[in-house]
Design a protein. Sequence first.
Length: 386
Amino acid sequence: MSVPFPPRAGSAGSIVTLILALLASGCATAPQEPVPEPAPERTQTATQTAQDSAAQPPSEDPDRAQVKDTAPERYVVRPGDTLWDISTTFLETPWYWPEIWVDNPQIENPHLIYPGDVITLHYVNGRPRLMVDGGPRVRPTVRLSPKVRAEPLPPSLETPVQALQQFLIRPRVVTEKQMEDSPYLLASRDERMIFGAGDRLYARGLDGDPEGTRYHVFRPGGELRDPDTGERLGFEAIPVAGAELVRGGDPATVVLTRSDREALRGDRLLPQDDSAQDFLFTPRPPHPDARGQVISLFDAISRIARFQVAVINLGERDDVEQGQVFAVYHSGRTVRDRIAGGGEQVTLPDERAGLVMVFRTFEKVSYALVVESTHPIAKGNAVRHP
């Protein structure tokens, strides 16, 4: 089939004639290159967002969930990491981690992360967000042949509280009358004075309780008083062991089911109340106006550090809840300025000593675990909003 000669340059009518001739002739022409699809828009990174920060609205509360200047844009989870560790890598205040965690629809539970997961930092409307963008559970679709291979996932990482659970105790705060009226350990079949798990002991005050009843064994501790008002806040009941009633009567027979420390004659038995010991809570700051003091140290004489327990004079009546994190401060001492004339008395500023997290509350007091310490924490140290 013949094709008309090309027209001369500048002839508009000839160009139209040529196009119509080509369409009518049905001749095969050279195939056109496929138009490439536009590449998917790249996820905005922390660096790109910083460059475009002027175009994004500011965060409503800049003091919450502040990202560290050294925070990476991409972090690969390693074995042994906890959510607290990872949050500390990204945030100035790690207990705000739930506020920047974005649910990932491809993951059944986005709060469980695994070694190998890739966590990236994004900004949405000026607010930081963490997402799982890769790893064992977030991978592109791959066609496997000839059969599907299955690989088990490693154990999920622990939450901050689960990682610290081994350091927590089962404290009780009781009244003086409750302690005096409680059943107590009397003796053993032999003449031993110290007892442990598996020992059969005799106890008084349990008549009427059914066999199989379980108890916490406590030792009377010190009196708790408010250092400012002098109010009696209660008496500490130091956890000693667990016990089970195996034979009723007076005296009754009990078996120690576990030992936290050696049990002694005179130790008290209180009904078991495991329902009050809840470890499923999220670290968070208390009310901004919350202020108190460390009034007692658990299992210590004068100083405590990380993973030890302090008692503070704030409780449920002060709206203190499990999971709240307080900063601990050493009060500045007063010194005499011998350089300036007159020997003026100068009070030094308070210095932050660490962080404590409340894990058990009572009406007037709370027990808190030291999760961070830069200096030893002592009785009388102030606690307040971090």
